[in-house]
Design a protein around this ligand. Sequence first.
Ligand SMILES: Cc1cc2nc3c(=O)[nH]c(=O)nc-3n(C[C@H](O)[C@H](O)[C@H](O)COP(=O)(O)OP(=O)(O)OC[C@H]3O[C@@H](n4cnc5c(N)ncnc54)[C@H](O)[C@@H]3O)c2cc1C
Length: 531
Amino acid sequence: MIIVGGVAGGMSAATRLRRLNEQAEIVVVERSGYVSFANCGLPYHVGGVIEQRRSLLLQTPESLAARFNLDVRVHTEAVSIDREQRVAHLRHVETGETEALGYDRLILSPGARPVRPPLPGIERALSLRDIEDTDAMVAATEGAATAAVIGGGFIGVEMAENLLHRGLNVALIEAADQVMAPLDPEMVGPVHKLMRESGIDLRLRTSVTSIGPDSVTLDDGSTIPADLVVAAIGVRPDTALADQAGLRVDRGIVVDEFHRTSDPLIYAVGDAVEKVDALDQSQVLVPLANTANLQGRRVADHIAGQPGRGRGVLGTAIVGVLGLQIAATGWNEKRLREAGRPYRAIHTHPATHATYYPGADDLDLKLLVDPETDAILGAQAVGRSGADKRIDVIATAITGGLTASDLADLELAYAPQFSSAKDPVNMLGHIADNLRTGTSHTIQWHEVDGTRPRVDVRTPKEYADGSIPGAINIPVDSLRERLDELPDGDLIVYCAVGVRGHTAARLLSQHGRTVANLDGGYRTWSSAQLD
Ligand SMILES: Cc1cc2nc3c(=O)[nH]c(=O)nc-3n(C[C@H](O)[C@H](O)[C@H](O)COP(=O)(O)OP(=O)(O)OC[C@H]3O[C@@H](n4cnc5c(N)ncnc54)[C@H](O)[C@@H]3O)c2cc1C
């Protein structure tokens, strides 16, 4: 067996293969000088959070030889594959020595390459993909006072945080109108606010047009000082070897459910391959560590004759930004709308745990549901804690085929310091069930316009502190006595997060009014107004 790429997918395949087959001759070739390193920890070493560089190096060729009897060759690039002869041509990147190595099975896990747009001065921008990049970035931060990070995806926001942590003045420049594309805009508004409050100069709807010796120039004509420039614009599957070998490649290497390429003796996994979307079975690129690791294991199983096949991917992901957890699974509302797929959105803002126990914080949760089948289509969570477990529970529910209403029935671990007796995931299930059965009707933040009268059912103090323009204030506790003060027509009611609004809506509908509760309340609406 030859495995090309010795990090996430490649090393998972290699070690699993060895556990299943003690006799196999397994060679792992890796172009860089390191294998099995912690890509996901690289930004935190640049930031000084992971102090020791050696902490990033999980294995060495020697340790892998000792435990797994793997022949691991670093600084070795697979430059071409002769499929007819079943030979891989290798070249040592330092000495230039070449070797032709025969294979019975070949596994490609070459990963992805950072996108480098053709900007004037782009050669000064650093990307972060491997240990060598990390060393270069750490060296570049020495003596640097200012940094410009181009791109507000996962790696861009992690880099902005870590450079800030290192004491640099940081600008983050993002061409879209939001960072963190997997989230919908009303979920990410508070993230923008926190980034700005923390001192990051966040420029949205802005592109870098050129990179100078100590600054970057933006498309609005302004310049930002930048001793260090980080390009974090995304990654593209590294298909060079697969292209050369004449394997089927579309946006990534095309594989079947067992991760076989168009040549059944050659498998491919990880960031380089197209994956099958769990919701619509389309081909998607999902460059994440968990899928790469899982696919590596599946390939080893298949080669060893073990049953099992690849599943569709949800793209479940999480990132930490300045103390916030931002997590998502499945599709977001933007993608559902673009695809013309019907959906129902649910927002809720529960406490992370029982509010009477110290330390409870707010959690922003969003669930997307198929209105016909009640299937869960996706979820997003933002909060200082607890976002991870809620998204993981929902991702598990999607994989297990549970409906949105089923979430109400999940028995989830509870004690006051960890959750509430009705966990936020249960609450999503209750809301979904009420909507499914027609017990309640909601309206979304972007549907609030001047045509329907709005009733704010919070306290006068909350109302005075900020309300939706044109809303009148009748607190929910006095609503029964003040029904005659309500305006005519179909009503919108709202409260802080949707809970009192739901009670008000139920009361009013039982008094014959047509009423919709603002989903997620004032909090979702006002988050959507943040830039
Ligand atoms: C900075 C950073 C942070 C990340 N954080 C997270 C995170 O928090 N969570 C998450 O889920 N994912 C994260 N990821 C993504 C995750 O690391 C990748 O999805 C995962 O590593 C992909 O595994 P892979 O095996 O496909 O590719 P890689 O792990 O990138 O390994 C590919 C290896 O193949 C080698 N190679 C390529 N071509 C050849 C060749 N021809 N010959 C020899 N060797 C070759 C490359 O040198 C490379 O080392 C992060 C990535 C980066 C860069």
